[in-house]
Design a protein around this ligand. Sequence first.
Ligand code: ADP
Ligand code: MG
Length: 265
Amino acid sequence: MSTSSETVETVAAPAATSREDVHGTRLTFRAAVLGRPDAPVLHDVDLDVAPGEILTVVGPSGCGKSTLLRTLAGLLSPLAGAVEQDGSPLTGPSADRALVFQEDALLPWRTLRGNVELPLAIGGVPRAERRSRAESWLGRVGLSAQAGQLPHRVSGGQRQRAQLARALADSPRAVLMDEPFGALDAQTRSGMQDLLVEVLRGSGATVVFVTHDVDEALFLGDRVALLGAGRVASVRDVPRPRDRGALDDPARAALRRAVLSSLGT
Ligand code: ADP
Ligand code: MG
């Protein structure tokens, strides 16, 4: 896609990363129109997310970030074009693709452990195994001591960690995150970003992560997709290494400016 070098600049998806145990999935949009039948939101979406890649998605409020994510989740069908997982059209929601929202989606009457176990129970995982997988993931997100608590007895950051454990416990091949840390204070948020990078390193899942926060987009993303004016305006490689402090790196500074301007700030 290159109708105008200024606005359309799609970089080919990199090969699968070197994380061990990569089992991520490839997610592809081809000339897709996304939205609701009476209200298309995004046009000409051509995007390829490689297995094991972390793609962050930024853009102003209302530009279609959640629409893009809900389409990948299988909750919305493309209005035209195609949306594929490993070359086959997406046909609906799947345990293969876990969703994590900003809103607290834990069941209030279940303990954190019970919440993490729930999708495993629905998937038919035997009781002893789902207990041990839930305990293991709660441990990895630092919630072993809170496993028996109800959600309202723990902090917002801890609830968000439980949601992450729940999403990852079922070994999804893709994790779709819609501003998951948006309601957290800055310090909790950067702790969650570190934790996410750490747990994803071992999972190999493909991640599409929507955020309003430029520094979150650059810290987490292998690439960042900039949405605006009803389309994916560009997809940029994020310079590595992953480093919060590297603000004087010229390539990173230029990308940061591009992201900020796409956000209208
Ligand atoms: P973002 O996540 O970037 O803020 P959304 O994808 O949620 O944007 O929304 C994109 C557009 O679709 C907006 O103009 C919004 O008003 C519209 N929209 C979102 N949800 C619905 C809905 N349930 N019904 C109708 N229109 C919607
Ligand atoms: Mg949204």
